[in-house]
Write a protein of this length. Structure first.
Length: 142
């Protein structure tokens, strides 16, 4: 098993103010893992923030309970990984699979394409009322 060198996790209501908490957790993980190259930090953080923003903006509650967001960020020697989960969210339908960039005139739909361009792999899983996107970025060498 790969050794975890740094980790941060947050879970809270999927409200706009959660984005600031995600930013803070990313800053904290870089403090714990100062060896991560700046380019990796920037591209990975942008992808994580975009994924979290998508959950907050587009998740629809499956029941009367509000959606909660969880972001789990892990740094290992060879990769950066984030699991961005929407607890209590309805199935997002086509959103989980479409990573093609929309037409230039489209007003939305660029988020997943941007995420896909910034990380090595993106996967989606739905289990027990939870939608989870896993973003993995292979780390560049210093």
């Amino acid at each position: 098993m790969t050794e975890i060198l740094a980790r941060r996790t947050l879970r809270q209501p999927a409200l706009p103010e959660a984005i600031e908490v995600v930013h803070s957790e990313l800053d904290a993980v870089w403090e714990d893992a100062p060896f991560v190259p700046e380019l990796d930090r920037m591209t990975f953080a942008t992808a994580v923030i975009e994924a979290a923003s998508n959950v907050i903006q587009h998740s629809v509650p499956e029941t009367a309970r509000p959606v909660e967001i969880e972001v789990d960020i892990v740094v290992t020697a060879g990769s950066l990984e984030a699991r961005v989960s929407a607890f209590g969210a309805a199935n997002p339908g086509a959103l989980e699979a479409s990573s093609a960039m929309p037409d230039a005139g489209a007003e939305s739909g660029r988020g997943l394409a941007l995420i896909d361009a910034l990380v090595t792999t993106v996967s989606f899983r739905r289990e027990n009322g939870t939608n989870t996107w896993t973003l993995t970025k292979s780390r560049l060498e210093d």
